[in-house]
Design a binder for this molecule. Structure first.
Ligand SMILES: *Cc1c(COP(=O)(O)O)cnc(C)c1O
Length: 448
């Protein structure tokens, strides 16, 4: 099983080449029964011909995955890994890099940290900022909030069972609420203003509360998942300083906009973040799973996250230049998952990234005008980033679901409806640089 096998290598690399060279389609969800029959008896005590197993994969399993990197995939937050990033990911997998510690992976970690530094610079965070790559925005938010909680407890002399709260808007991503529940911190929900968390609203909520002293932090969003709204980061940062709150910024989706000159201004205040999450597997064109987690003062994360055990002693030294990614999040063993982005950034340069991100922003703006000029459609709000919310006048929730199902059945697009202020509406999330206005017009044409 561990001996180099040229035939197996050619077989799998051939399949890899096919996937990269064929324009991704969308495909259809599979049926449990049929998949069960296809897989029945596959894994047993005896060996199987790899070509046969790969054929089962190619013919029966792979087509049931919706290709989220299709230019016609416009739901949730799409993905569009560059070819360079996807290929390098395969190499990372074949390299058995244990990204846990400097001792085991110094070069790979130095390269990952080069990317983290680039992101910190884009956000104007201080030179001491640092962190690690984790599996996703959810994991990043959780690890950042653990650091926030532990730091506040230590600084305020709080015990494990003392009540602490964290300010959030109801527009924050579901993973923020989940993380708070997991770590035993109560949400302090601040009423938003037109779906945006603002400094004045946060201040008013704190002053109106009977005892706001147990509010230890605030989670802002730089690009809400549904509508791409960037909170009032500068205003929130000012309050955070005044009320001694940890300032977390969730830029899982929108953080990539830091690279886009046309929207960079809207992130003013992000430079004050105590922790920041950006998902390269979303709008920075990296393959799953890749999220960047940055701290203004990484030593606080180390206190919260470093695992201590005799069998780990060899990983930890007093040398500050030896960076152990495992010390900055809730994880230990890890893929060096920042490397595909590192390779692609080095190969293409940051300008290509800025251009690709601007492309989605332009597409969102052009789509907004198309909707404004189409009598039976109504734009819900001007897009701030690359998500466009709109309604088809007269449609019910069922109409939207049928439309969405029809689009997928015809392989025209994947465009799932979403909820907005209690109403079902249509939503496009742009990200793929090869999504064109022709594709958008074709989809919008099906709503007549
Ligand atoms: C997608 C998203 C997340 C969750 O990220 P995962 O990588 O899916 O775990 C968190 N916050 C925001 C704003 C997001 O858009």
């Amino acid at each position: 099983m561990h001996t180099y096998d040229p035939a197996l290598t050619d077989l799998v690399l051939g399949s890899l080449r096919d996937r990269l060279s064929n324009r991704p389609t969308l495909n259809h969800p599979g049926e449990g029964d049929k998949l069960g029959r296809a897989l029945a008896g596959l894994i047993g005590p005896e060996s199987k011909d790899p070509a046969e197993v790969l054929r089962l994969w190619t013919e029966q399993l792979a087509p049931t995955a919706i290709t989220v990197d299709s230019p016609r995939f416009l739901s949730f937050v799409p993905a569009a890994p560059t070819q360079a990033a996807a290929l390098f990911d395969a190499l990372v997998s074949c390299s058995s890099i244990q990204g846990v510690s400097w001792l085991l992976a110094s070069g790979p970690i130095a390269a990952e940290n080069q990317v983290l530094r680039l992101l910190a610079d884009l956000a104007d965070m201080p030179t001491a900022a640092g962190g690690c790559f984790v599996s996703g925005g959810s994991a990043g938010n959780l690890s950042a909030l653990v650091t926030a909680r532990d730091t506040a407890r230590r600084r305020r002399g709080l015990g494990r069972y003392d009540r602490v709260r964290f300010a959030v808007s109801d527009q924050a991503h579901s993973s923020i609420g989940n993380a708070l529940r997991i770590i035993g911190v109560e949400p302090f929900t601040v009423p938003n203003r037109d779906h945006r968390l603002t400094g004045p609203a946060l201040r008013a909520a704190l002053l109106a509360d009977a005892d706001p002293s147990d509010v230890i932090g605030v989670a802002a969003t730089a690009g809400t998942t549904n509508a791409g709204i960037i909170d009032d980061l500068a205003g929130i940062a000012t309050d955070a300083r005044e009320f001694d709150l940890w300032f977390h910024v969730d830029g899982a989706y929108g953080g990539a906009g830091l690279l886009a000159p046309s929207v960079r201004d809207r992130y003013r205040g992000i430079e004050h973040a105590d922790s920041l999450v950006i998902d390269p597997h979303k709008w920075l064109f990296a393959p799953f799973d890749c999220a960047a987690l940055l701290y203004r003062d990484p030593s606080l994360a180390r206190v919260a996250h470093t695992q201590d055990a005799s069998y780990l002693d060899a990983l930890h030294t007093d040398d500050d230049t030896q960076w152990n990614p495992s010390d900055y999040a809730h994880h230990l063993s890890r893929r060096a998952r920042g490397l595909p982005l590192w390779f692609s950034l080095a190969v293409h340069g940051t300008r290509a990234y800025s251009d690709a991100i601007e492309k989605a922003l332009t597409l969102a703006r052009t789509t907004a005008s198309l909707i404004r000029n189409t009598p039976h459609l109504e734009l819900i709000r001007e897009p701030e980033l690359s998500a466009v919310l709109f309604r088809r006048i007269g449609w019910t929730a069922e109409d939207y679901s049928e439309w969405s199902a029809r689009l997928l059945a015809g392989q025209t697009a994947f465009a799932a409806p979403t909820g907005w202020e209690g109403e079902t509406v249509a939503r496009f999330a742009f990200l793929h640089p090869e999504t064109t206005m022709e594709i958008v017009e074709e989809i919008v044409g099906t709503m007549a």
